[in-house]
Ligand binder design. Sequence first.
Ligand code: GLC
Length: 466
Amino acid sequence: MSEIKSVEEVPEIKVPETEARETEAHETPAPDLAEAAAAILSENDRGDYTIPSEGLYPHQWLWESCFVAIGLRHLDPRRAQTELVSLVRGQWHNGMLPNMIFSSEPQYHRDRNFWRSWVSPQSPDGLATSGITQPPLLAEAVWQVGQTLQSAERRSWYKLMLPHLIEYHQWLYRERDPHGEGLVLLVHPWESGLDNTPPWTVELQDHLMPGWIRFLRTTNLDRVIALFRRDRHYIPPGQRLTTLETLSYFDAQRRLRRKAYDTMKILDHGLFSVEDLNYNCMFIRANTRLREIAKTLRYNLPPELLERMTKTETALEQLWDPYAEKYWSRDFITHRLLKQPSIAALMPLYAGCITKERAATLVKLLENEHIFGPNFPVPTVPIDSPMFDPDRYWQGPSWVNTNWMIIDGLKRYGFREHAAALTDTTLDMVRANGFWEYFHPTTGEGLGARNFSWTAALTLDLLKRK
Ligand code: GLC
C-alpha cells in the first residue's frame, strides 16, 4: 500500500448526493427544537427542582423555577407542580420567598455559610436559603400550570398554593411598602433579577460604593481580585459583571446579613432601597393572577390586600415621566426617578394596567432599530444608551425570559403581529445558536451559561403558544 504524505494526496471519494445527505442526517440528526429543550430540562433536573445551568448555578432560584414550571407544564404538569411545591419549601415564616434555596451537597457549604439565613428567626427550619427575594412570578406560574389541569385538579392545585401566595404578597406589602404608597421596594440589586441593570449599577457607583472598593478602583487592584472569581471558570469576563460591581454587591449583601435581613433595620440604616420598575410591573401582573386564582376557588381575598393591589396599579403612574415619555424606577427615600434606560421601560406592557395609548408609545420604542429593535431583540439596554454593552449580562444582551414577558404584554394589548414577529426572532435565535443564558442582540451569538433552563422552558412555551 502506498503511503499518503499529505492531505492533498488523499484521493477524493465522490458520494452520490442523496447518499451523502442521508449519511449526514444519520450522523448528526437535526434535533427538533422542542425535543432539544426537553433534553436540557431533564439534564438540569435535580429531582424536585431544576438548576439553571450545570456548574455556575447549582442551586434553586425563585423566578427560574417559575419560568421552568411554565415550560414543563407542556411536558409533564405533575413535574411542573413539584417544581413550584419545592420552591415554597423555602418560604420564610414571615412569608418571604427567598431568591435561592441552596443545594444541601457538602461542596456548597461556602455558599450556604455566606448567606447564613439562620441568623434570622424568620428563616425556614432545616433548609439553607438566601435572605432576599426575587421577581414575584409565582402567582403567574401557579396560574399557568393550573391551565393545563382538569378543573377538579386545578382547584386542588390552587387550594394548595393559595396560602403561600397570599402570605408572600402580604409580606411584600407589609415589609416592602411600609408607608402604604402602593409600590414595593427592593433592598438589593439581586432582588431585581436583572442584577447589573443600569439603574442599579449607577445608583451604586454614585452613592453607595464603600471606601475600600473606591480604593481598589483607584489603585486598579480589582484586576488582581478578578483572578480569583469563580464565574470566570465558566464565562469570559466581558460577559459578566465587572469585578467592582461584584464586590459592591457582595458588600451590600454582607450589610443586609448584619441586619439579619430585617427590612426595617435595613431601611433605618439607609442601605439600598429602590422601587424597581420591572419588579413592580411583575407584581401587578402577579396580583392579577392571584385574583384569578382566588376567583376560581370562590375565595374572598382579604379586603386590605385587595385595596393595596388596586393602589399599586395607580401608583405605577407615578413612575411615568411625561417629558421623556418613559417609565423609570424610583428611589424609595427621595422619590427621585432613576433615569437610566433599561428593558424595564417595556414591562408596563406585561403589567397590563396601562392605557392602550401608553402601550402604543412603548411599542414605538420596540419598533425603532436604534432603540429596542436590532436584529435579535429585545436588548436589555437600548442601543442608543451610553451604557449599552451587547455582551455584558443585563446591560445589552437579549434574554428569552424578558422577551417572553414582552410577547405576553404585546398580545394582551392587541399587538398580535409584533408578538408573532418577536416570537419568531426569539425562536430563530435559539434554534441557530442553542439554549444560552443570553444572546448578542445584533448577531444572535450565544453568551453566558450554556444549556440554560429558562431558555429551554420558555422556548417550549413559545412553541406551544405560537
Ligand atoms: C443570575 C440572574 C438571575 C437568575 C440567576 C440564576 O443571578 O441575574 O436573574 O435568577 O442568575 O439563573
